[in-house]
Write a protein that binds this ligand. Structure first.
Ligand code: UD1
Length: 417
């Protein structure tokens, strides 16, 4: 899918099922390296980032294949410790293979991991934390070399609750000698999912979901079946699509317990939102209202991954909304493209943008430059008058199984090319 063409101005109606979570599936795929025998991941999303991770695992000698609804991973054939492929450079979450591989083999060689172009995204917290567990790092021809003669548990304090660094410590710690106490850990629900998977494999972990996680290492792990939870970011994207485009929808299986800040923001914009056993119902206001400030923060705060989508809605809200981004620098690249659609956005530096709500966005040809910004442009297209074409949709495919199909299911007039 190169581009998406959207005839905007159609209110959304009906229901859509929310796919499995990208950010839960990726570290769990890395964790499967640590288990003996086969793991089967059900509800694993069929997205480009998962395909890239599968190809990395295969390069390392694992057997990975889809069987029915499940993805089967067997790491008994793991033979290689070197990751040099394109997939590493294009995908930051390949970084969690660092913790897993160093735990399993004691040695890793990898390219510097890539990911979305949203700021510098250094990896110092990962290196510092793993270093405390006995991993020694060096660099050779731009590649990162990691080795540990003896991986040992440690008391680690993260100065910032990095999601990836928390995952890497957990992954390294489950096979390390002794106990690891991780303080200042990230509390994102995807870390809970990773720990549930590892515990189902036999790991001993307590405190996940809090800032202090304790991992008792050294137990051998056995592959297991695991159901990947629904994606709260995809659910939030469709929620804001409804708030912006109008209508009423049911987001089937949306993980509302993990979406408090997002649901509250939608309500502040005038939507009626209620959760039930089936998922989340959303009823949009006639026009979204402005919100004084939407400020991203580590979980349970408003997720940075939904900042661009919220910005698209705020662009056509009734009044001014200040959006503050506190997690990533350079995450307002989408503002320029939204400007082509008639949005009046005043970028006030790397941390904030003031959206001066316009009556209507208008259709335009715009380019996705990264995953969530791309999804935000598609949402803006649903809200706009006239036709919008979003190009470079390969970025959107990194995280959404089929955005066009899902929007069509909600009655939108969307085609892909
Ligand atoms: C994960 C998510 C991503 C989400 C982000 C924040 C996955 C696959 N990706 O990314 O979708 O947007 O959490 O919720 O789960 N940082 C450092 N040094 C480090 C590590 C991070 O300075 O060593 C900084 C980053 O540059 C960024 C901030 O910390 O400014 C947050 O990064 P982190 O929580 O690590 O995000 P990711 O794990 O990369």
């Amino acid at each position: 899918m190169d581009s998406i063409r959207i005839q905007g101005g159609v209110a959304l109606q009906g229901k859509v099922r929310i796919q499995g979570s990208k950010n839960a599936a990726l570290p769990i795929l890395a964790a499967a390296l640590l288990a003996e025998g086969q793991s089967v991941l059900e509800n694993c999303p069929r997205i480009a980032d998962v395909y890239a991770m599968i190809s990395l695992l295969k390069d390392l000698g694992c057997s990975v294949n889809w069987q029915g609804k499940g993805l089967c991973i067997d790491a008994s054939g793991l033979c290689c410790r070197e990751m040099g492929s394109e997939a590493v450079r294009g995908m930051r979450s390949s970084l969690c293979l660092l913790g897993a591989l160093v735990g399993r083999c004691g040695q890793v060689v990898m390219e510097h991991p890539g990911g979305c172009v949203i700021g510098q995204r250094p990896i110092d917290l990962h290196l510092e934390a793993l270093g405390q567990m006995g991993v020694v790092f060096s660099e050779e021809d731009g590649r990162l070399l990691a080795s540990a003669d003896r991986l040992r548990g440690a008391r680690i304090l993260l100065p910032f609750p990095s999601v990836g660094a928390t995952e890497n410590v957990i992954l390294a710690a489950v096979l390390a000698e002794g106990e690891t106490l991780l303080e200042g850990a990230a509390k994102e629900p995807e870390i809970g999912a990773l720990c549930r998977y590892l515990k189902a494999c036999g790991a001993q972990i307590t405190g996940e979901g809090t800032g202090q996680i304790c991992i008792r290492g050294g137990r051998s792990l056995k592959g297991t079946e695991f159901f990947v939870p629904a994606d709260r970011i995809v659910a939030g994207t469709y929620l804001f699509a409804c708030v912006g485009a109008g209508g009423s929808v049911l987001l089937e299986e949306a993980p509302w317990q993990e979406m408090e800040a997002v649901l509250r923001t939608a309500e502040d914009m005038g939507a009626k939102v209620w959760a039930s056993r089936e998922g989340v119902y959303v009823q949009a206001p006639a026009r979204p209202g402005a919100v004084e400030c939407i400020c991203t923060a580590p979980y349970p705060g408003f997720p940075t991954d939904l900042q661009s989508v919220a910005l698209a809605v705020a662009a056509a809200a009734d009044g001014d909304t200040l959006i503050r981004e506190t997690i990533f620098e350079d995450r307002f690249r989408v503002a320029e493209e939204l400007g082509r659609m008639g949005a009046r956005l005043e970028v006030q530096g790397p941390e904030s943008v003031l959206a001066r709500g316009v009556e209507h966005l208008k259709g335009a040809r715009v380019e996705a430059r990264e995953l969530r910004g791309g999804a935000a442009l598609a949402v803006a297209g649903l809200m706009a008058r006239g036709e919008t074409t979003v190009t470079q949709c390969k970025y959107i495919e990194r995280g959404y199984e089929n955005l066009c199909r899902d929007f069509r299911e909600l009655g939108a007039r969307v085609t892909s090319a």
